[in-house]
Design a protein around this ligand. Structure first.
Ligand code: PGA
Length: 250
């Protein structure tokens, strides 16, 4: 059985004080079927690690594709590891669109993170004009192929996929549970065909895009949805805790 993962992406929000308060107000999960993760901004990683309860893991929102050296402003995977950070988000649509990270850079980041022993939430998802043309499945499969298929099958243990349609991020327009399920099933089938059946069965596929306390249970009830990557609703402890509760009720 795949463990449900509820992950909060705080993006570039909160002050130091607010990040510490939020970290201490999140109720983690002692349930072996539900895992909770938060992704604060880099300067708040240690703070969140200190203030979150011990059942919650802390991850970074980004990492460098390079190992170490003269890369001003970047944060390396080995730095994250040395701070007891075990997770990193790679390929978020904001990184792809605003910071021009293409599939090649994303694949390099995945390779570096895997080599350093980090777990990766690999984000993918189409823009509205791609869905309007009915091309969303090919588009997302190409992102997955180019960003992930260079790693060996055994490294998929370190990978979680997050399907985040761009038209649903921060807009309040969630994909319907059926739309999300359709894409998640396609992703699992694609991995089954191209990697193997065991990886396809075990890999967790999260949905992201305007997930909140009212729509989480319907999304979580779909067969191939193994949790959520939550942006806006993870910035308030109450709403994030309610999403965790929805996962615990499954
Ligand atoms: P949202 O963001 O929940 O605010 O739509 C999700 C994300 O970007 O990960």
């Amino acid at each position: 059985m795949r463990r449900i993962l509820v992950a909060g992406n705080w993006k570039m929000n909160l002050t130091y004080q607010e990040a510490g308060d939020l970290a201490s107000d999140i109720s983690g999960s002692n349930d072996s079927n539900v895992e909770v993760l938060v992704f604060p901004s880099s300067p708040f990683l240690s703070l969140a690690n200190e203030f979150c309860d011990e059942t919650i893991s802390v991850g970074a929102q980004n990492c460098s594709q390079y190992d170490n050296g003269a890369f001003t402003g970047e944060v390396s995977c080995s730095m994250l590891k040395s701070m007891d950070i075990d997770w990193v988000l790679i390929g978020h649509s904001e990184r792809r669109q605003i910071f021009h990270e293409d599939n090649q850079i994303i694949a390099q980041k995945v390779n570096t993170a895997i080599a350093q022993g980090l777990n990766v939430i690999f984000c993918c998802g189409e823009m509205l004009e791609i869905r309007d043309q009915g091309l969303q499945i090919e588009f997302v499969m190409e992102q997955i192929k180019q960003g992930l298929f260079q790693i060996p099958a055994e490294s998929f243990k370190q990978i979680v996929i997050a399907y985040e349609p761009i038209w649903a991020i921060g807009t309040g327009a969630t994909a319907s549970p059926e739309q999300a399920q359709e894409m998640h099933r396609e992703i699992r089938e694609f991995i089954n065909k191209n990697i193997n059946a065991e990886v396809a069965d075990q890999i967790r596929i999260l949905y992201g895009g305007s997930v909140n306390a009212s729509n989480a249970d319907n999304l979580f009830s779909m067969q191939d949805i193994d949790g959520a990557l939550v942006g806006g609703a993870s910035l308030k402890a109450d709403s994030f805790n309610n999403i965790i509760q929805a996962a615990l009720k499954l």
